[in-house]
Design a protein around this ligand. Structure first.
Ligand code: ADP
Length: 456
């Protein structure tokens, strides 16, 4: 029985977990770095323990300190959130060894699906289409070149341990390949302490469409439809929505079935996401699995009317998933804008600092998941996301209008944010027509910068 959960994260996701636990009657213990003493999850949790200095490597990434805090606080389970240790199989294993329930799949499943090459192999075995590419990691550029020549250019070189868009390089021809291969290896080594890379066909202007999975520990797996996360900058998502207007019901059913099959094949438990690329002809290819709750889980929650974080905790508590696939249907259209403390006019430079005044929008169909407030100082040590604004509507058009209205009400004084940029996106005719591929942001930013030059 889970009576008390340690929240091994910070920011809006820590707050999200604290809130879900409170509603389930479960106590929470927040762990925090020195920089986060004043943060909202720390103030709202039942208990809090400081686990170290501000740098993540000295606090949120210190598994031993988190486990000590769990023992001191006498908790039954650890919720890892996203990022930090959430996809670290060794940490999940340590929790298992200490009899602490890691809220997520088993360490074995994380180890397998967290490695992109092993996950690809698993998908191929399960009969789920993958992007044409290498079967294994590639040690040297000669072997890579051979495969790239076989697949045909352009190709993308990716880190096996990849995440956050790091360690990915595109090569348009054999000459570029050697250079890009070495750069990808170096980037991967630096970011993940693991230089292993592999090669895939580069799909031109695809949609990024991912399926949300919910699985209990008794082998019952369902999917909760898709999220369209094609609106990205440098492989990082900025605006997400559910459902995707690119999928018809037959493609949705096919992809959903493939997602469930793969989750079953890896004995999945909890919430998880299977990411796919879809080309303009409707061919879909599995690219990776995220074995944790995702930032954009909120759009699925709103579109489907299901609380994913509560289900995640209930499943970890040994409950049966009582939902059947036929019970799940889309109730509305949902869009999420990531509100980042960044300056879009200055190459998205992170803008940590003091928030002098803060006012969050509300009203029908608006949800704000954020840990910040007026007079709060955003520390410079972590990622720049300070909140998520979610708008729903009966139709995509209504959700867009509502999002625009809410963005216009949102006030964050003292720092630069992505709010003005998201407003421009909501007004963009190309976005409104739903013509969004992973290339959209690049062309959109070029268009608005040309417009500014002309105006000057
Ligand atoms: P990460 O784990 O670093 O986020 P992913 O494998 O999830 O990396 O890919 C992130 C993004 O990179 C995708 O959404 C897509 O925009 C781009 N991408 C990845 N693989 C390919 C590919 N084979 N062809 C074209 N774009 C790709």
């Amino acid at each position: 029985m889970i009576r008390k959960v340690l929240v091994a994260n910070r920011g809006e996701i820590a707050l999200r977990v604290v809130r879900a636990c409170r509603e389930l009657g479960i106590k929470t213990l927040a762990v925090y770095s020195e920089a986060d003493e004043q943060s909202l999850p720390v103030q709202l949790a039942d208990e809090a323990i400081c686990i170290g200095p501000s740098q993540a490597a000295q606090s949120y990434l210190k598994a031993d300190r988190i486990i000590s805090a769990a023992e001191l606080g006498d908790v039954d389970a650890i919720h890892p959130g996203y990022g930090f240790l959430s996809e670290n199989a060794t940490f999940a294993e340590q929790c298992e060894a200490c009899n602490l329930k890691f809220i997520g799949p088993s360490s074995q499943t994380i180890r397998m699906m967290g490695d992109k090459v092993l996950a690809r192999q698993m998908a191929i075995k399960a009969g789920v289409p993958t992007v044409p590419g290498s079967k294994d990691t590639i040690i040297d550029e000669k072997a890579g070149l051979k495969i790239a020549n076989q697949i045909g250019y352009p190709v993308i070189i990716k880190a096996a341990a990849g995440g956050g868009g790091k360690g990915m390089r595109i090569a348009h021809n054999a000459v570029a390949f050697t250079k890009e291969f070495r750069t990808a290896q170096m980037e991967a080594e630096k970011a993940f302490n693991n230089g292993a890379v592999y090669v895939e066909k580069y799909i031109e202007e695809p949609r990024h469409i991912e399926f949300q999975i919910l699985a209990d520990s008794y082998g019952h797996v369902i999917h909760l439809g898709e999220r369209d996360c094609s609106l990205q900058r440098r492989y990082q998502k900025l605006v997400e929505e559910a459902p995707s207007d690119f999928l018809d019901s037959s493609l949705r059913a096919k992809m959903g079935k493939a997602a469930v099959k793969l989750a079953q094949a890896c004995h999945y438990e909890g919430v998880g996401t299977l990411e796919f690329l879809v080309d303009k002809h409707g061919n879909f290819y599995f690219i990776e699995m995220n074995t944790r709750i995702q930032v954009e889980h909120t759009v699925t929650e709103e579109a489907m009317g299901i609380d994913l974080v509560k289900w995640q905790i209930r499943i970890a508590n040994g409950e049966h998933l009582t939902l059947e696939q036929k019970d799940v249907s889309c109730k509305c259209h949902a869009i999420e804008c990531r509100i980042n403390a960044e300056d879009p006019d200055n190459n998205f430079l992170p803008c940590p600092g003091h928030i002098d005044f803060y006012y969050a929008p509300g009203g029908k169909g608006i949800r704000v998941d954020s840990h910040v407030y007026g007079d709060y100082s955003i520390p410079p040590y972590y990622d720049s996301m300070i909140g998520k604004l979610i708008a729903t509507g009966d139709t995509r058009e209504e959700a867009i209008e509502r999002m625009h209205r809410a963005l216009s009400e949102y006030i964050v004084h003292g720092i630069k944010t992505t709010i003005p940029l998201c407003k421009k996106i909501m007004l963009d005719p190309t976005y409104r027509e739903g013509k969004i591929t992973t290339k959209y942001m690049e062309t959109f930013l070029n268009r608005i910068s040309e417009k500014t030059k002309v105006q000057k």
